[in-house]
Design a protein around this ligand. Structure first.
Ligand code: SF4
Length: 406
């Protein structure tokens, strides 16, 4: 399928966060943030590796104290992805993070307010070629702006805060900037990013701040980030969840892949919602399959379908799938039956076929199969089920009849 679901991407300039380009024509990147104490070097690195495996291109660590900056000095050279230091109130921590070798700083203009401090950081970044994210946050807007806009956080106030900050950087000729205007309200952040995108060509970092625990946090973040991405706005994204940050990285990656904005990296597991025809516990098998594939880098779409009556047809566009019937699992590749396995081996068989296909391709997978026998077996179980359950196991036709009688 060759469908482009998003508007043309808004043109932004490009900056480099370490070796990762952000903005311009670069792929949209996924970010996440560690939850460990940055001074705990081994614990933080372990989390960074887990985040990178789950799809994070860039990771942010807090730099709130000297011990954190010292931790960063050891973390940065061993990290598989570029590291951003999160600076809140102390501009000196920004300078310490730069000494530690970080690839980018994130500053919150609501928290570092003295122009001379902002300029000192910008100058030090300029000397080292390190970019800065201006991270405006609806919840920590500068009090003057808050007052100016009637004691409430508005999209205009957030954009003005970003522009005020940019003006300080302009004064010292520093342009290596990306910007975020996050809010916990989805409509507010959407409006703020739309307005910001109209007035700047700096790359934009998207997020719904304090989105909360899943599933609500996931839904809010997807609504906000997904809407903007569909409009062509955004160069890098972060899900801010109250959960293991691995979930943030995974969610970000999945959103980009599902919108066709990034190449698929891991298995895209699809599954039927289950219905009266299901021959297995679809939820259980799908979850076990998801766990078995884990972070394996197999960029295939794999389907778990509850019955062999409709499953292979409904999932014919998947690269690989399995459908249950008569206590057996019917494997299919590109819609063609390839093998039959006992029900309790369905997950193992899926993983084994996916690995084979990833390594050798779909044609080789079809070539090693006895497709005639597999199709015959599938047809046999399909007919058996139809005989046992009838064609209208979900009672749809009976209900239609009833409706027509009124
Ligand atoms: Fe799943 Fe079969 Fe029901 Fe479709 S008909 S939802 S494949 S169990």
């Amino acid at each position: 399928m060759d469908i482009t679901p998003v508007s043309e991407r808004r043109k932004t300039r490009q900056i480099m966060v370490g070796r990762v380009p952000v903005g311009g024509a670069a792929p949209i990147t996924v970010q996440s943030m560690t939850t460990t104490k940055t001074s705990d070097v081994e614990g933080t690195l372990q989390q960074i590796y887990a985040l990178a495996a789950a799809g994070a291109d860039i990771v942010r660590c807090t730099c709130n104290e000297r011990a954190a900056a010292e931790g960063l000095a050891q973390i940065v050279p061993r990290s598989p992805v570029p590291i951003i230091a999160d600076i809140h109130h102390q501009y000196k921590m920004a300078l310490a993070a730069l000494d530690a070798g970080v690839h980018c700083l994130r500053l919150n203009p609501g928290n570092i307010r003295k122009p001379e401090h902002i300029k000192a950081v910008a100058e030090a970044c300029g000397e080292k070629g390190v970019p800065i994210r201006i991270g405006v946050n609806g919840g920590s807007l500068h009090p003057d702006l808050y007052e100016k806009y009637g004691g409430t956080v508005t999209a205009d106030a957030m954009v003005e805060s970003a522009q005020d900050e940019m003006a300080y950087f302009d004064e010292v000729g520093f342009e290596d900037i990306k910007i975020s205007v996050k809010a916990s309200s989805v409509p507010l952040m959407i409006e703020a990013y739309r307005k910001l995108s109209d007035v700047t060509d700096h790359p934009l970092h998207l997020g719904v701040t304090e989105a909360g625990p899943p599933p609500n946090g996931l839904i809010k973040s997807t609504a906000g980030i997904g809407t903007l991405l569909a409009e062509g706005i955004g160069d890098t994204i972060r899900y801010s969840l109250t959960a293991d940050p691995v979930q943030e990285a995974r969610a970000g990656r999945t959103l980009l892949e599902s919108m066709g904005l990034r190449e698929r990296k891991n298995v895209d597991l699809i599954a039927c919602p289950s219905c009266g025809r299901a021959e297995i516990d679809v939820y259980d098998i799908a979850n076990r399959a998801l766990e078995a594939f884990g972070e394996r880098e197999i960029p295939l779409q794999v389907a778990v379908m509850g019955c062999v009556v409709n499953g292979p047809g409904e999932a014919r566009d998947a690269d690989l799938g399995i459908a249950a019937g008569n206590k057996r699992g019917h494997l299919f590749v590109k819609g063609q039956n390839v093998a039959v396995v006992p029900e309790d081996e369905m997950v193992d068989a899926l993983v084994e076929w996916a690995e084979f296909m990833h390594e050798h391709g779909a044609d080789a997978a079809l070539a090693r199969a006895d497709t005639v026998k597999a199709t015959r077996e599938a047809e046999r179980d399909r007919n058996m089920l139809l005989e046992k359950q009838g064609d209208d196991v979900n009672d749809a036709e009976a209900r239609v009849e009833l409706i027509r009688k009124h």
